[in-house]
Design a protein around this ligand. Structure first.
Ligand SMILES: [Zn+2]
Length: 1012
């Protein structure tokens, strides 16, 4: 080789293409007979057999997008291919699946034009390893007219184009030579300036010189050159890569759930093919839901999966029902992901998962380490933070410590992907990008086509096989994740520690996009909470049979909809159509269960008998509230004609209505041009244009509002550079409308139990009706909204400049709070310009603060002294009609004395989200089933135990306090045990006179098992 390295690199690469060595893989080809049937839908194989088949040929295009076609392939292997290995080559530029004898055999990935150098492709299926010659065969291909990425990556409108359909004789000698050379060329290209890279280049060049493509007697010499190079090993200190075959299958995203089920079949059959052909291959498979679909719909295939799990070739990972969104699900919902997931894996495979597997979620709350540890998991894998916009993580393997102090060993695979393709480039990038070389010598590598599934291909495995230990690239071996974590764990004490949330510096629009879906999530979480609590109490108090199977079904529906592209709002229209139907089922079925439990507890009025109002309170707060009810004489008629009454309710209990001894009054009145809502606590003063110019606290004698006033609806230009539904980019803050001015105002209720104002606002396209109300006993000023929304690339916020100066704001997150800065001092602070939160966020000084509560929102922005709630967005991709149409949501201002941790904000937010249940009943009673005294622990769940008739009670400490609470039990409890989140006993607790002394630490989640 002369000194012309760049030219030589091009030469050796060119030699691999399809007109040179690559063209030698299939020395003979023949066209099979093809007929196809345009199926009406995604149908069963048996139904496909009955179809009406017509001839189809290369050059035809299956259409339309999302349709299914079944192709019958009939072939005869030529006599002279005797002894040869024969493949079907099928490329219809879309996904497909080979079926033989009614069973799926292998997935197919057609060529997609819109990809980089290594295209997702799997276009061959082995018909026989050794042909006898002259044999015939028939198989079917289920053609799915969509790509791995649905239908969006189709700039050439080629999805479904049949490019190739042949049976082909395979030359394994050419194949082996090809991959030897490919890997050496790859190393030569990726180590251009190193000794080893130039050695690779020289070997590749010598191979080109040695090979006569038309004289296979020249090939062994070239292979020998390659073998010498590939057998030169690394030194002892070389980094070790633990490679895991995987297919990240988004449970819904750019395709609907129905297609996901087929993606699972295609990916799993691919993995099983690889298992048969490659002895080192190990496949990691997450998400219990996807296994459950197989079990239900493809039982034969599921049995093969079970056998592969038993043989340790398929490794169930993750421990969760699906790979969920991190930010938005409640703490209890995260717990149920693990409860249903781990139980499924244990029941089906006899083992729980050792690691939490969540490579692709948009942020990780500080509650997760405790939830993982409580679910038997101490290892965590993700990589999404490598996408951070401002600050890339500076560690790859580290200890993540949650808000309560729980620790998990965490790993970010340094190749920054969960869709690796096993090239020297991937290996060398991972080595360079690994952030902990000073303390660790191993990292993980996830490979296989993913997002839309597909998984590892033969090409990847051939490359990986050759890179196991070649000087110049890191060592790589295929393993289960546990082997990596066990090795890494040996140095647990040497890793750095990250404390608190792992905020993702991207995709901040996902706290707000698809607002109706998010509202459904909040309402469904709380409905199931009520259903379980009331059913549990009813089952102990009466003969009511706890509806376990139906509750499980509804929980699993909710958990499915918390998938990391459904709940964040990043899926296509069809996904939200499915989701809306599932939520409708959930609400109808859940409401039926709630009513059934209530009927058992509080017998409903019979038409002849006397009827009284029963009030049911499923929160731990003693409540006195104004509610709508028509069953007794009301003290006020509401604007909608319903009666208003004032009721009192015990914590976790019932009360019959009685007129309170003293009734404070609310009033609404006009004062000149201003409109005032007032009770004994607050006086809210509005201008006619909707601006809240004063919110005065009679208790604190201080006004909460400053500057231009609150209640500002502001429209921001929300046009992110990359990911429409996902992102709110930082520059959106620079371009916004003037606050909307109300087009009408009306005093609709003037007291005495409730006073209310109604404003309307309009843009050129959208319309907002806002009802602001204050009740006689209320500590909060409530804002209820109905919006008809038709904007494009606009974000709507409601903003309140408050008279508070604080460098940090407090946000409710799962099982606790997180404090985040109100300034942009550093890139870390700026990155958090839009943040997730649950039911409230607060800005407090010592002694005074203002919280903004919400009933279904998750995006907040608190900059300097302005508290803003992100209400609606209007992205156009991937769902062009995202968020268009009708919306309903509420928020409320709560002004308090003291700093936030000594305020009543948690109780107010719970009451705001969990309304009292008011119903007619024949029964008079006043009862509390349990009560927490001496501490503000939240009871987040009361349910039947999974494996017995015991009850499980879950509590958590929400603010960071430590102490001993007194849990008073109104139910007949004989024994109490402390459990982990999988409901396994840890210790027995003492009950003294129906009271348990419950010690707790900051943000602790406590699970109790109560036995009769
Ligand atoms: Zn994903």
């Amino acid at each position: 080789m002369e000194k012309h390295f760049e030219l030589t690199r091009r030469r050796v690469k060119l030699f691999l293409d399809d007109t040179r060595l690559g063209g030698k893989l299939y020395p003979a080809k023949q066209a099979p007979k093809l007929t196809s049937y345009a199926a009406p839908d995604r149908i069963a194989f048996a139904q496909a057999l009955q179809g009406d088949y017509h001839p189809v040929a290369v050059g035809d295009q299956f259409a339309p997008l999302w349709s299914t076609h079944w192709v019958k392939v009939e072939y005869t292997i030529p006599e002279d291919w005797r002894g040869g290995e024969v493949y079907l080559i099928w490329d219809a530029s879309c996904e497909g699946c080979i079926w033989i004898d009614g069973q799926p055999q292998q997935g197919l990935i057609g060529t997609n034009d819109n990809w980089g150098e290594i295209k997702p492709r799997r276009v061959r299926y082995r018909l026989t390893p050794t042909a006898t010659g002259g044999e015939t065969g028939t198989l079917y291909i289920e053609v799915a007219v969509n790509t791995l990425f649905g239908a969006v990556d189709d700039p050439f409108h080629s999805v479904g184009l049949l490019r190739q359909a042949e049976i082909a004789l395979f030359d394994r000698e050419a194949w082996d030579l090809y991959w030897d050379m490919f890997v050496i060329v790859d190393i030569a290209h990726n180590l251009p300036d190193s000794a080893r890279g130039l050695q690779a280049l020289d070997v590749a060049n010598e191979m080109v010189n040695a090979i006569d493509l038309n004289d296979r007697s020249t090939w062994p010499k070239a292979r020998a050159l390659a073998q010498t190079f590939l057998s030169e090993k690394n030194g002892d200190s070389q980094h070790q890569v633990y490679a895991l075959g995987h297919a990240h299958i988004d449970t819904a995203w750019l395709w609907p759930l129905a297609e996901t089920k087929r993606k699972v079949v295609r990916s799993v059959t691919n993995a099983l093919q690889n298992i048969d052909q490659y002895p080192d291959f190990v496949y990691v498979f997450s998400q219990a839901q996807q296994y459950a679909w197989l079990k239900e719909e493809r039982p034969e295939l599921y049995e093969r999966v079970k056998a592969a799990v038993a043989a340790k070739r398929i490794i169930p990972v993750g421990g969760t029902w699906i790979e969920q969104d991190g930010n938005i699900p409640s703490g209890e919902a995260h717990i149920r992901q693990f409860l249903y997931g781990q139980r499924f894996f244990e029941q089906e495979f006899g083992e729980r998962c050792a690691e939490f597997w969540l490579p692709d979620t948009f942020g990780y709350p500080a509650a997760l380490p405790q939830i993982m540890r409580g679910s038997g998991i101490k290892y965590f894998l993700t990589q999404k933070l490598s996408w951070n916009q401002f600050n890339k993580p500076n560690r790859s393997t580290f200890i993540w410590e949650g808000q309560d102090g729980s620790q998990v060993l965490t790993h970010f695979p340094p190749s920054d992907t969960y869709n690796g393709v096993c090239t020297a480039h991937d290996m060398l990038f991972g080595l360079k990008n690994f952030k902990d070389h000073e303390r660790a010598r191993e990292s993980m590598y996830l490979f296989g086509f993913g997002d839309g599934g597909g998984g590892p291909t033969e090409d990847m495995l051939e490359r990986l096989d050759r890179m196991q230990d070649v000087d110049g690239v890191p060592r790589v071996k295929q393993t289960a994740p546990i082997e990596f974590f066990k090795k890494a764990e040996e140095r647990w004490d040497r890793y750095t520690k990250w404390v608190g949330e792992l905020y993702f510096e991207l995709h901040r629009g996902t706290f707000t996009s698809q607002a109706r879906n998010k509202r459904n999530n909040r309402k469904a979480e709380l409905l199931l909470r009520d259903v379980e609590m009331l059913s549990a109490i009813a089952s102990w108090q009466t003969g009511y049979v706890y509806p376990q199977a139906e509750i499980d079904r509804l929980w699993k529906l909710l958990l499915l909809n918390q998938f990391h592209d459904i709940l964040p709002g990043s899926s296509i229209t069809a996904v939200y159509e499915d989701s809306t139907v599932q939520y409708a089922d959930l609400f109808a079925s859940g409401e039926k269960l709630r009513q059934a439990a209530l009927d058992a507890l509080l017998p409903p009025c019979d038409p002849s008998g006397k009827c009284t109002i029963g009030v049911v309170n499923t929160t731990g707060i003693r409540r006195q509230e104004v509610v709508e009810a028509d069953m007794v004489d009301s003290l006020q008629t509401a604007a909608d004609g319903k009666g208003l009454v004032l009721v009192e309710a015990q914590p976790f209990g019932f009360a019959s209505y009685q007129l309170p001894e003293e009734v404070w009054e609310a009033s609404g009145y006009q004062e000149g041009d201003l409109f005032v809502l007032e009770n004994s606590t607050l006086r809210a003063t509005f201008r006619a244009d909707g601006r809240l110019i004063s919110l005065y606290s009679h208790l604190i004698e201080r006004d909460a509002i400053v500057g231009e006033g609150g209640n500002q609806f502001v429209l921001y230009d929300d046009d992110p550079v990359n990911w429409d539904a996902w992102d709110v980019d930082v520059f959106h803050q620079e371009k916004k409308s003037a606050p909307l001015a109300a087009t009408s105002v009306e005093l609709i209720e003037t007291g005495k139990l409730r006073a209310a104002l109604r404003f309307t606002y309009a843009t050129a396209r959208s319309h907002i009706t806002q009802t602001v109300s204050l009740t006689s006993t209320g500590q909060i000023l409530e804002f209820a909204h109905e919006v008809d929304w038709h904007e494009s690339h606009k974000m709507l916020r409601l903003e309140f400049p408050v008279d508070v100066r604080a460098e940090n704001a407090t946000y409710e997150m799962q099982h606790g709070i997180v404090k985040r800065p109100t300034h942009y001092n550093t890139p870390y602070d700026l990155a958090r310009f839009e943040v997730p939160a649950h039911r409230w966020a607060d800005l407090s000084e010592p002694g005074f603060g203002v919280a903004l509560l919400n009933d279904c929102k998750y995006g907040y922005r608190i900059h300097e002294n302005v508290i803003a709630l992100s209400l609606l967005r209007s992205p156009k991709y991937p769902d062009p009609v995202a968020d268009m149409g009708q919306h309903e949501f509420k928020c409320a201002l709560y002004v308090h004395q003291h700093s936030v941790d000594y305020s009543e904000v948690i109780g107010e937010a719970l009451a705001f989200n969990i309304p009292l249940i008011v119903r007619g009943s024949t029964q008079h009673l006043r009862e509390s089933f349990f009560e927490v005294e001496n501490a503000e622990l939240i009871v987040d769940a009361l349910k039947k135990a999974e494996d017995s008739d015991d009850l499980i009670m879950r509590l958590y400490e929400p603010e960071g306090f430590r102490g001993t609470a007194l849990l008073g039990l109104g139910l007949p409890v004989r024994r109490v045990a402390l459990c982990n989140l999988l409901e396994e006993e840890i210790a027995e607790l003492e009950i003294v006179d129906g009271v348990i002394d419950l010690e707790f630490t900051p943000f602790q989640v406590i699970t109790l098992k109560l036995s009769r």
